[in-house]
Write a protein that binds this ligand. Structure first.
Ligand code: RFL
Ligand code: PHB
Length: 398
């Protein structure tokens, strides 16, 4: 078999890349180890930067996003018994974020690719990428019926997440990896109850961090800081709600409770692997970098990577390697900004196990500063809504 771009992974990065390439008349084959149902149900991110929304809109993917997405003009930071608002619109000259679940983005992308007759193969096994240092890299895999397939490509995109096979296919001595694990994890629930807030609440509390997010006018998404080795079995729904009640408590405000539809524990890690390219293999999204979810950046970075990659591959396939050669550095600039912002939000908001009283006071001093200084609040707002903003032609983004 022959295609122009072989894509490993049908997450947001792989699917959007396949669509952006199709808009440029470039054919691709996407292979995915999970089932379509699994990819469409996996609970993950919920917040899109305004650049991500614009990108999806310009790519003709925002029909449902424009109808169902919830535009938010700020967030709340809660600490020391107070809840303060950070007004993104006012601080950034009108920029916002949109709450629209990653599962919905993935459903929209799969529907679009399938309707266009795009090749998206689910439930494959034993994916291998080879001949990466030649002009004809090969993607091979076993399809759901067990048959083995070889696809000769012009380029391959490793969009297969943190545990994929793309990054390990690059000789280890060519990669520089920077990594930090945090001494806590997030326990997340999806609850069948209308949100108790109009915008997200990030709460710093002596018992640990908590986040109130949402999915729709009738569905809430909430998170609790827990120990990294915590087991979900220790957290019956009642204990989760009791803990959420404590960490969000505010006189005159009520947290509404409802049936828990989904719950899970996610470790927290910062990870950057560079460069994001080896020969004709290009990594995008979580395959190359992971951020802790506190800054709501992971999904947005994945989308931004492929917005840069699509025009770069287009030019490469037409004989001009300049954008492909710049791909890794272009993306890593944004990735490191988001890595710093996510680390900063995370360390400001979580309770550090074993921290001395000095550290706790420093966190409070930072929270007071960010909620009282216009300069500090503007920095948070410009990073949260996305920095640098993605240029209209992503190939020319700075
Ligand atoms: P994905 O989504 O992990 O997709 C990779 C796909 O590759 C498949 N795969 C393979 N396919 C074929 N062969 C192989 N050998 C394969 N190995 C793996 C996988 O099955 C999968 O389908 O990576 P992608 O596309 O780079 O997207 C990244 C995002 O998913 C991720 O960064 C975000 O979800 C992170 N994140 C958040 N990001 C935000 O921007 N805003 C948020 O509010 C936000 N909240 C979150 C988050 C992540 C969370 N978890 C669970 C990690 C909240 C949570 C709780
Ligand atoms: C979510 O809605 O899942 C979400 C929102 C904001 C974050 C992380 C996760 O910072």
């Amino acid at each position: 078999m022959r295609t122009q771009v072989g894509i490993v992974g049908a997450g947001p990065a792989g699917l959007l890349l396949s669509h952006l390439l199709a808009l440029r008349g470039i054919e691709s084959v996407v292979v995915e180890i999970r089932s379509r149902d699994y990819c469409e149900a996996r609970q993950r991110a919920g917040v899109l930067e305004d650049s991500s929304v614009r990108l999806l809109r310009e790519a003709g993917l925002a029909g449902r996003l424009d109808r169902e997405g919830l535009e938010h003009g700020g967030i709340y930071l809660q600490f020391a018994g107070e809840r303060r608002h950070i007004d993104f619109r006012e601080l950034t000259g009108g920029r916002t974020v949109t709450v629209y679940a990653q599962t919905e983005v993935v459903k929209d992308l799969i529907a679009k690719r399938v309707a266009a007759g795009g090749a998206v193969h689910f439930e494959v096994a034993d994916t291998v990428v080879d001949h990466l240092d030649t002009d004809r890299p090969v993607l091979s895999y076993a399809s759901a019926d067990g048959a083995r397939h070889e696809v000769v490509c012009d380029a391959i995109a490793g969009c297969d997440g943190f545990h994929g096979i793309g990054r390990p296919a690059i000789p280890a001595d060519l990669l520089t990896v920077r990594e930090r694990e945090y001494p806590y994890a997030w326990l997340g629930i999806l609850a069948d109850v209308p949100p108790s807030t109009d915008e997200l609440i990030y709460s710093h509390h002596p018992r640990g961090f908590a986040l109130h997010s949402l999915r729709s006018p009738t569905l809430s998404r909430l998170y609790l800081q827990v120990d990294p080795d915590e087991s979900i079995g220790n957290w019956p729904d009642e204990r989760i709600w009791d803990e959420l009640q404590s960490r969000f408590e505010l006189p005159g405000w009520d947290l509404k409770q409802g049936p828990v539809l989904d719950k899970g524990i996610t470790p927290m890690r910062s990870f950057v692997s560079a460069p994001m390219r080896y020969g004709r293999l290009f990594l995008a999204g979580d395959a190359a970098h992971i951020v802790p979810p506190t800054g709501a950046k992971g999904l947005n970075l994945a989308l931004a990577d492929v917005a840069v990659l699509a025009p770069a591959l287009d030019r490469l396939l037409h004989g001009d390697p300049a954008l492909a050669d710049a791909y890794s550095a272009t993306c890593l600039n944004r990735v490191w900004r988001a890595t710093h912002f996510s680390w900063w939000m995370t360390t400001m908001l979580h309770r550090t196990p074993g921290a001395d009283p000095m550290e706790a006071e420093l966190q409070l001093a930072q929270l007071r500063y960010v909620t009282t200084s216009r300069a500090a609040a503007t920095s948070l707002a410009e990073n949260y809504t996305g920095f640098p903003a993605l240029a209209a032609d992503p190939g020319t983004a700075d």
